[in-house]
Design a protein around this ligand. Structure first.
Ligand SMILES: [Zn+2]
Length: 237
């Protein structure tokens, strides 16, 4: 997170309410998906963040039936079947005792088949769905941003050695800063390749469905980016 740029915000900003909907977040590694997600969660009252990666980790950790199933699939070197992943997402989406919220889906869909299953599901249960936030960034910018990144071991805040350097070499919270293993040149190369082969086709599919809302993420103005996202999520057309 770029603290210098967001520093004019006060801590006690009143949260806003956006229309009920399901929306997706996509972006190349380094585009700032985590930072934008955090910004939205801090600004919007009726939002629920659904990260399939986090959910799977939680199920495995607590040893639920699903967790055991997923763990044995992953341990055998296979991919979790699309239907299982959709089931997990569907459980999170089903409005149980609460009203329909704005759901931010993160890390899903990963394949075109998953995207088709999701669209069918949302259509069947009449979830409002029209926004796919695509955080667009040039590959060069992504690479320089990732190679430049330092992350805090305690609070996960991130710094840039060039445009947002940490004071005294440590995080504001006092935590130790380190370079994540996947922010090394080999790690970055690997992640960008996964993105190209895995995510790009899903984006093409969603673009054909005229769902993509592109947000330029090459610049460093995080507040402007968040406002742009809120404007998209707020619009009624
Ligand atoms: Zn920290």
């Amino acid at each position: 997170m770029n603290r210098r740029i967001v520093s004019f915000e006060t801590e006690s900003v009143e949260k806003i309410v956006i229309p009920n909907q399901v929306f997706l977040l996509f972006g190349m590694p380094g585009a700032g998906k985590g930072t934008l997600t955090k910004g939205l969660l801090d600004s919007v009252k009726n939002i629920k963040h659904i990260s399939t990666g986090d959910i799977f980790r939680q199920h495995i950790k607590t040893g639920t039936e699903l967790g055991k199933q997923v763990k044995s699939i992953i341990d055998s070197g296979s991919l979790v079947p699309d239907e299982v992943t959709l089931d997990v997402v569907a459980t999170e989406l089903l409005p149980q005792n609460h009203d329909l919220l704005a759901y931010a889906l993160d890390g899903f869909p990963r394949t075109v088949n998953q995207a088709k299953l999701l669209l069918n599901y949302l259509d069947r249960y009449k979830f409002p769905f029209k926004n796919v936030l695509y955080l667009k960034i040039d590959e060069d910018t992504a690479i320089s941003r990732l190679s430049d990144r330092l992350t805090c071991r305690s609070c996960s805040a991130s710094y840039s050695t060039t445009f947002n350097p940490p004071e005294n070499g440590a995080c504001k919270c006092g935590g130790e800063l380190y370079q994540r293993a996947d922010d090394t040149p080999e790690g970055i190369y690997k992640r960008l390749n996964v993105y190209k082969y895995e995510t790009a086709p899903v984006l093409q599919f969603l673009e054909k469905m005229e769902l993509l809302k592109t947000i330029d993420c090459n610049g460093d103005n995080l507040e402007e980016r968040k406002q742009q996202a809120l404007q998209i999520l707020n619009s009624s057309d």
